[in-house]
Design a protein around this ligand. Structure first.
Ligand code: S3P
Length: 168
């Protein structure tokens, strides 16, 4: 049964911020998959990527999504790359109403340009270009996974976003 709401979308699209507010206003629990992974490993996402590699991280991400999505009444903020795994999409579709926060490149760039907590974007020369390329590869997966899509830009009001999700 679809008891949860899962937020999907690129890094910086607002899944955590929107998710926390949505959970609060709907009296649901908030689960951040990356935070569960960090707690499990007692390490930051950066350190997990550096010390154990991306494949290790993706395996753990799959396990944590499986575990957390079996709970009820949760708003689940997923990591931006979780849709790269078919099993994650299948599992989230079974258990959750999936909302894609579809942020513009400009919005993502502004939010990510000075951020250092995303290992995939750390140390790249042209961040905007890498964001564009990654989004190009992933957008289709976000779209086909979603039950509902919300366009987001740098001026979008978070309360309006939450209201739209509640209505949907
Ligand atoms: C990733 C997104 C991150 C985190 C990890 C990998 C990705 O989550 O899971 O750095 O591949 O897009 P956020 O989308 O919450 O930043």
């Amino acid at each position: 049964m679809k008891d949860n709401i899962a937020l999907i979308g690129f890094m910086g699209s607002g899944k955590t911020t929107v998710g926390k507010l949505l959970a609060k206003t709907m009296d649901m629990k908030f689960v951040d998959i990356d935070k569960v992974i960090e707690a499990h490993e007692k390490k930051s996402i950066n350190d997990i990527f550096h010390e154990k590699g991306q494949i290790y991280f993706r395996d753990l991400e799959r396990e944590v999504i499986l575990q957390e999505s079996s709970k009820n009444d949760c708003v689940i903020a997923t990591g931006g790359g979780s849709i790269l795994d078919n099993e994650n999409i299948k599992r989230l579709k079974e258990t959750s109403f999936i909302v894609f926060l579809n942020a513009t490149i400009e919005c993502l760039y502004l939010r990510l340009k000075d951020n250092t907590t995303r290992p995939i974007l750390n140390g790249v020369d042209d961040k905007r270009k890498v964001i564009e390329e990654l989004l190009e590869k992933r957008k289709f997966l976000y779209q086909i996974s979603a039950d509902y899509i919300i366009d987001v830009n740098e001026y979008t009001n978070i309360y309006e976003t939450v209201d739209k999700i509640k209505e949907a």
